[in-house]
Design a protein around this ligand. Structure first.
Ligand SMILES: Nc1nc2c(c(=O)[nH]1)N[C@H]1C(S)=C(S)[C@@H](COP(=O)(O)O)O[C@H]1N2
Ligand SMILES: [Mo]
Length: 530
């Protein structure tokens, strides 16, 4: 019969299941696209993936975080976001299938995810308004409506139902809705990106327009002999684009320097101030070479870099505000730096004001700070690990006590006080290298910031310690390179290095994990001499 032909074919159980799962996926895609384009207007950090990811980072046990940094390095955030998206996709498939049976419940399930995202977004430390809930809520509503509509098309009764099971479907309607939804999602995605780009335009422009003034107190030129001339050795100054990056920011904050403010206040601050970026530029600028190290750096690890920084001396600024260190009767022993993304980093006031070159840095290797490294202003305190000294995207300095306040990492079991431990690293040969017998140049770096490196020794297998040749010292706040001409004989060999700092302390061979206050132990490299 001709009537039979017009009836859309029964899609069949399997096809219907597959299409309902697909509907779930399309709904999730629409949710993300809608949420991200709303977030681009509200605040890029308020997007559900970033918010949930940030909440996950803050709640990750340090053992897992340590593992993630070890295995994924700086890609840990990418891996996390992919994980969140994969999990979301699984739930989307399941909700699609659920909606086939219970259309309302499925759609309501989608809304539940919106609530989750909204709670995550509004409870982030950098969230200051309920507007941050909007991306998740609007995204979820879009998704719920779409899922409801798509499943409706799947279940549309045929004109001549023969059984109780819905055996027909509105194929045309389904395909059109699905394609329209996919296209709209793609469009919203592109729009979101464009909006996001334009919201950071002011920040980018403020960075492009910034001409770093010449520093009043220049760093002496890096001594010519500071760089060892051995292939495979680190560069003495780490270029900005090779400088390690460690932070909790899933979206790098883009701060407009012209709108940036820094507030200094708290216990014993007799003259609190709020400074603009121009206020900083008008102050005396110092230029210093400082080696920064992360407490998460494993023995032999990559999370250490050396740069030439320009900034404002922090101790002078604090003194002008009436701050005195504890040794001169000041009530505050902790300086808590807060960033625009809600990070808190606590440093000892005594260290900041003891004469070392603690600074509010605005320049890195002749450039304005890169966004990744804290534009427009970050803190640096030579000799302290980054998590207790180097707040990026800083916006607030509060003087308080260690008793009264635990900063972000201290709440997560890292130590309150964390001076950088004396360390050394073999840069070349690389592990499992196969050098030829004869003279093999061994080279690397050693650091003991603010104490300085006095000696580096190398040992082959269990042999005696041999003195390495130290490269020229730049400053005791920087790392120091070394080299050793090894007369290598055939066979498997283990090279080990240790440093001695200027206080006479020999780098300990006692192995310690990175938690709570930095790894210790000697770096070894196993090679096969051929
Ligand atoms: N706002 C903010 N500042 C931060 C961090 C962070 O997560 N957020 N991480 C700190 C840590 S642990 C280190 S080691 C240094 C790393 O600085 P870099 O990324 O410029 O190398 O930044 C510090 N400053
Ligand atoms: Mo760190």
């Amino acid at each position: 019969m001709s009537d039979e032909k017009k009836k859309p074919r029964n899609p069949g159980r399997r096809t219907r299941l597959a299409l309902s799962a697909l509907s779930g996926l399309l709904a999730a895609l629409a949710a993300l696209a809608a949420a991200e384009s709303v977030a681009a207007v509200v605040r890029p950090q308020a997007g559900p993936v970033v918010a949930v990811g940030g909440a996950a980072i803050d709640r990750t046990p340090i053992a897992v975080k340590d593992w993630a940094i070890r295995h994924f390095g700086t890609d840990d955030k990418l891996v996390l976001q992919c994980g969140i998206l994969a999990l979301l996709a699984l739930f989307a498939l399941a909700l699609g299938v659920l909606a086939l049976r219970h259309r309302r419940i499925g759609a309501a399930g989608v809304l539940l995810f919106g609530v989750l995202g909204a709670v995550a977004a509004t409870s982030r430390p950098d969230s200051s308004s309920f507007a941050d809930a909007l991306p998740s809520i609007l995204g979820a509503v879009t998704a719920a409506l779409l899922l409801y509509a798509l499943i409706g098309r799947l279940l549309a009764p045929s004109r001549e139902p023969t059984t109780n099971e819905p055996d027909g479907w509105d194929r045309r309607g389904f395909v059109i809705t699905a394609i329209a939804a996919a296209a709209a999602s793609a469009g919203a995605g592109v729009l979101g990106r464009a909006l996001n780009g334009s919201s950071s335009q002011k920040a980018v422009a403020s960075r492009n327009n910034l001409k770093l003034p010449p520093p009043n107190s220049r760093a002496p030129a890096v001594p010519r002999g500071a760089q060892v001339r051995v292939a495979g050795a680190s560069t003495f100054i780490t270029p900005n684009n090779e400088f390690y990056r460690v932070d909790t920011a899933l979206v790098v904050p883009k701060v407009d320097a012209t709108a940036w403010r820094l507030r200094i206040h708290g216990d014993g601050v007799r003259r609190p101030v709020t400074l603009s970026f121009d206020d900083l530029l008008r102050r005396e600028l110092i230029e210093r070479d400082i080696t920064l190290t992360c407490v998460s750096n494993e023995i032999g690890g990559p999370y250490v870099g050396n740069a030439r920084w320009i900034g404002v001396r922090l101790a002078d600024l604090l003194a002008e505000c009436g701050v005195a260190p504890p040794s001169r009767g000041g009530p505050a022993d902790q300086l808590v730096a807060r960033s625009v993304d809600g990070m808190t980093i606590g440093s000892p006031v005594e260290d900041v004001m003891d004469g070392r070159d603690a600074m509010l840095a605005i320049g890195m290797n002749g450039q304005p700070l890169p966004f990744d490294h804290g534009f427009p202003v970050r803190m640096l305190v030579p000799g302290l690990y980054g998590y207790v000294s180097a707040c990026k995207w800083i916006k607030d300095i509060e003087l308080t006590t260690f008793d009264a306040y635990d900063s972000y990492w201290v709440k997560r079991d890292w130590a309150e006080a964390a001076p950088i431990k004396t360390q050394s690293r073999i840069d070349t040969p690389k592990p499992f290298a196969r050098p030829e017998a004869g003279t093999v140049m061994v080279a690397g770096v050693a650091w003991a910031q603010h104490r300085g490196i006095d000696r580096v020794e190398v040992r082959v297998d269990d042999g005696p310690w041999q003195e390495a040749t130290l490269a020229a010292e730049d400053s005791y706040d920087t790392w120091r390179q070394w080299s050793y001409a090894w007369q290598a004989t055939k066979g498997g060999r283990t090279l080990t290095v240790r440093a001695t700092d200027r206080t006479g302390e020999v780098q300990t061979d006692t192995r310690a994990r990175t938690v709570p206050d930095g790894a210790s132990g000697w770096h070894s490299v196993v090679v096969t001499v051929e």
